[in-house]
Ligand binder design. Structure first.
Ligand code: UTP
Length: 294
């Protein structure tokens, strides 16, 4: 039986350059979708998958992320006095148990692989999850829950995958697989950001992974890859053939909230799904359309 997945790493030390100037003084992972920051969605998704330890890899200028997972006694006092119980619950209920959120720093943003490597001492020798908060999955069962269940089925490494247009393969980690159409694609190769003509498929890895701890021995080498960064994809590629490695076609729609377009689409989609926001979202779309037409 596969070892249970109890720990998750949240890489949040990136510079967020595609979202400047918004991310000059504010972490990208604190951008809100409707009324919650991206990091909160990711933590809640992990908790729904049974994760008990939440490890944030932070860096310079990311203080707001830590504050978001602390209690706020003054604000709570004010809300209590005013009888605002819903607002009070909204700032308390998402905070994991004391000691369950841990922080480790990535001193320099050398790439996603390096960020994950910075968490190695807190993971130890067990399979673990990774959630990239700027990838948001809306609809379906919580994406990480789907991955953890797939891991229980297959053991080994499991990553969430989706089809992308061939002209966009150079933005993603792409699978080489003999059964791209199946729910669980067997991974025989992984290529980071291939040109469309070199891409072995159009099945791309998104920011949800369950990996074996062996990945750290490959990250130890600090090899740089695409864009001069230490890439997680390259370390994962070294594990192919040594243990089962699958790509799960998850249920739900993924939004790349690290881009303005993806973030906007996530906001509209999430608002449409919320009974308290649907009418407001429809009115906003109608208003935007009339501005465009006039
Ligand atoms: P991205 O590449 O999407 O984030 O990494 P970025 O580098 O911050 O964004 P751009 O490209 O400059 O706009 C995915 C996740 O990995 C984290 C980011 O914070 C993000 O959540 N990351 C990335 C790190 O923690 N450290 C890094 O060195 C790079």
């Amino acid at each position: 039986m596969a070892h249970p997945v109890r720990k998750a790493v949240f890489p949040v030390a990136g510079l967020g350059t595609r979202f400047l100037p918004a991310t000059k003084a504010m972490p990208k992972e604190m951008l809100t979708v409707v009324d919650k920051p991206l990091i909160q969605y990711a933590i809640e998704e992990a908790a729904a998958a049974g994760i008990e330890e939440f490890i944030l890899v932070t860096g310079r200028g990311k203080q707001a992320l830590e504050d978001h997972f602390d209690r706020a006694p003054e604000l709570e006092g004010v809300l209590e006095t005013r009888g605002k119980s819903d607002a009070l619950a909204s700032i308390r209920d998402y905070i994991p148990a004391d000691g369950a959120v841990k922080y480790v720093r990535q001193p320099t943003a050398l790439g996603l692989g390096h960020a994950i490597w910075c968490a190695r001492h807190l993971i130890g020798d067990e399979p673990f999850a990774i959630l990239s908060p700027d990838d948001m999955v809306i609809g379906g069962a919580p994406c990480m829950k789907q991955l953890v269940e797939a891991h229980e089925e297959t053991g080994g490494n499991v990553v969430a995958v989706m089809d992308v247009p061939r002209e966009e393969t150079s933005r993603y980690g792409i699978l080489d697989t003999p059964n791209a159409e199946d729910r669980l694609a067997i991974i025989e190769g992984l290529v980071e950001k291939p040109a469309p003509e070199d891409a072995p498929s159009t099945l791309s890895v998104i920011g949800r992974y369950v990996l074996l701890p062996e990945v750290f021995s490959h990250l130890d080498r600090h090899e740089t890859g695409a864009g001069g960064e230490i890439q997680l994809t390259d370390a994962m590629a070294h594990m192919i053939g040594k243990a089962p490695f699958h790509g799960l076609r998850f249920e739900g729609t993924r939004f790349d909230c690290g881009t303005k377009e993806g973030w906007l689409a996530a906001n509209l989609s999430q608002a449409m799904l919320r009974p308290d926001m649907r009418a407001g979202a429809e009115a906003a779309i109608a208003a935007a359309q009339s501005i465009r037409e006039n």
